[in-house]
Design a protein around this ligand. Structure first.
Ligand SMILES: [Zn+2]
Length: 89
């Protein structure tokens, strides 16, 4: 286990998060879109766990858990500590 993680989009090094593979950095997170080109962000669904992707403009949850950054597929995951991240799908 290394203490560094690498953004799968831009290869920026960032602190590793336990249980979360290489995750998308804050800069690239802003490029995440759904199949209709709307900006989405991962959010915790509730205390029981789980992640949903919400359209930033409307707060609407998209169906499925896949979004796209520069043509590659990503999915939302939740770390043990709570914060959500996007990782390669
Ligand atoms: Zn990045």
């Amino acid at each position: 286990m290394t203490d560094k993680s690498t953004c799968p989009v831009c290869n920026t090094e960032q602190p590793a998060v336990p249980d979360v593979p290489d995750y998308v950095c804050m800069t690239c997170l802003k490029k995440a879109i759904d199949t209709r080109g709307r900006h989405v962000e991962p959010y915790n669904v509730g205390v029981s766990g789980g992640v949903q992707l919400l359209v930033e403009e409307t707060g609407e949850a998209i169906s499925g858990d896949i979004c796209f950054i520069e043509g590659a597929q990503f999915k939302g995951v939740e770390s043990r500590m709570g914060p959500t991240f996007l990782v390669r799908a």
